[in-house]
Ligand binder design. Structure first.
Ligand SMILES: NC(=O)c1ccc[n+]([C@@H]2O[C@H](COP(=O)([O-])OP(=O)(O)OC[C@H]3O[C@@H](n4cnc5c(N)ncnc54)[C@H](OP(=O)(O)O)[C@@H]3O)[C@@H](O)[C@H]2O)c1
Length: 246
């Protein structure tokens, strides 16, 4: 039987393209997001193997809605969390900061914990993957909530991996950490250094999931860059200028 994957944040960007790629391979794909229209378009293309659900990951009913989607799919083998928001926000717009915190920490936890508990209840191996970011490597002044919440996600996935091993649960964890990719998440009018296309990164995302990689940096240039970031002492890091706009 082909794998059954649920993708949260499947209405746009990386989640949408990953869902379409797995649906084309004949996998059973559960697509969830707040906007249903893009999900319905994919379902119309693959009516046999795509199920859709409206889920706002920050809402109280998000775990129940995810559980219902899993049931409608006849079970789940892989959860991929792509839902996320983030802004270039040097003025610390409080609305943007709080939305980022709620989506990328509260919503993220609701989704991965629901999946983890589902796999435990099934007493079968499972797989949780999430698209986090290289931004979680260090605190980034112009994207404070984004970098901090991505570090939360990196750390949370490390914790789930250890928990799975400690109790011999057989749940694999994959943390996918890309650099900049041209998707609707980014401002269309800003020049981002080292920006990649979705077409370039999609095969790497799919391979990281299929090979159950523990941590996958996308791509190798960003892997080298963040290795360098880690070596920068704090006194120097605070002096870095990461301004993208005037
Ligand atoms: N693009 C990049 O440069 C980049 C780099 C590194 C990591 N990432 C990460 O990759 C992931 C996907 O981002 P993307 O670039 O594909 O951006 P995107 O095109 O803006 O997609 C974001 C997805 O998240 C969903 N989402 C946002 N808030 C949600 C909520 N409250 N409940 C449910 N779904 C929600 C959106 O769906 P609805 O609005 O329909 O709900 C959409 O499907 C994010 O976690 C992002 O941080 C992106």
């Amino acid at each position: 039987m082909k794998p059954r994957i649920v993708i949260i944040g499947a209405s746009s960007g990386l989640g949408l393209k990953t869902a379409m790629a797995f649906a084309a391979k004949g996998w059973t794909v559960g697509m969830a997001a707040r906007r249903l229209t893009p999900l319905q378009t994919v379902k119309n293309q693959y009516p046999q193997n795509v199920k859709i659900a409206e889920i706002d990951v920050t809402a109280d009913d998000a775990p129940a809605r995810l559980s219902r989607l899993i049931e409608a799919m006849g079970g789940m083998d892989i959860l991929l969390n792509c839902a996320g928001v983030g802004w270039y926000n040097p003025t610390l717009d409080i609305g943007k900061e709080m939305t980022t915190v709620r989506t990328n920490t509260v919503g993220f936890t609701a989704m991965v914990d629901t999946a983890f508990n589902y796999f435990v209840s099934q007493r079968k191996p499972g797989h949780i993957a999430a698209i986090t970011s290289v931004a979680g490597t260090r605190g980034i002044g112009v994207a404070a909530a984004y970098s901090a919440t991505k570090q939360f996600q990196n750390c949370y996935l490390d914790a789930l991996d250890q928990l799975s091993r400690e109790y011999n649960l057989g749940i694999s964890i994959t943390d996918i950490r890309p650099g900049f990719i041209r998707t609707p998440l980014l401002d269309a009018d800003t020049n981002y250094p080292g920006i990649m296309t979705v077409e370039h990164v999609l095969p790497m995302i799919i391979s990281a999931i299929e090979k159950k990689k523990r941590v996958a940096y996308i791509d190798f240039r960003w892997k080298l860059l963040v290795a360098g970031w880690r070596l920068i002492p704090r006194w120097l890091w605070r002096r870095l200028k990461i301004k993208l706009k005037d």
